[in-house]
Design a protein around this ligand. Structure first.
Ligand code: RB5
Length: 150
């Protein structure tokens, strides 16, 4: 499937809500289809609820995901509990690029309290447009998949 057309599953908790709204602009500008699992702000919500819902959908629909919370860390920990998910934190364009090239990450996690809007947009664009390098990296990712299967 053309990576550019692959659907994005987007979600945030209350801490990530504002940044999530801004990142939607990047998806719209690039005509990337997306489902927003956090359509409304709820100050009392909990990030694991969104992480599990989004992660399950990413796996089921062979999509890719963007999860935003205060640090991105809680979302990342929770999403990685779901089989088939390789969620990665990215702090800059370099970590975003490597999370795709080496780890074939299918979920990107960003912290709204640790990453400025401009940087987050650059991270997102880089992550969306970078391909997995395959080769030796595929062998390593395969080992993760095998472990997961038990
Ligand atoms: C919520 O205050 C905060 O803990 C959450 O958004 C996230 O940063 C957790 O990892």
């Amino acid at each position: 499937m053309d990576e550019k057309k692959k659907k994005v599953i987007l979600a945030s908790d209350h801490a990530g809500f504002e940044l999530k709204e801004k990142l939607k602009d990047v998806l719209k500008e690039n005509e990337i289809p997306f489902d927003d699992l956090t359509p409304r702000f709820d100050k009392d919500d909990d990030y694991p609820d969104y992480a599990f819902k989004a992660a399950n959908k990413v796996v089921r629909e062979k999509a890719r995901g963007i999860l935003i919370c205060g640090t991105g860390i809680g979302m990342c920990i929770a999403a990685n509990k779901v089989k088939g998910v390789r969620a990665a934190m990215a702090y800059d364009e370099k970590t975003a690029r490597l999370a795709r090239q080496h780890n074939d990450s299918n979920i990107l996690c960003i912290g709204s309290r640790t990453t400025e809007e401009d940087e987050a947009k650059k991270i997102l664009k880089t992550w969306l447009t970078t391909r997995f390098l395959e080769g030796t990296h595929a062998r390593r990712v395969e080992k993760i998949k095998e472990f997961e299967m038990g």
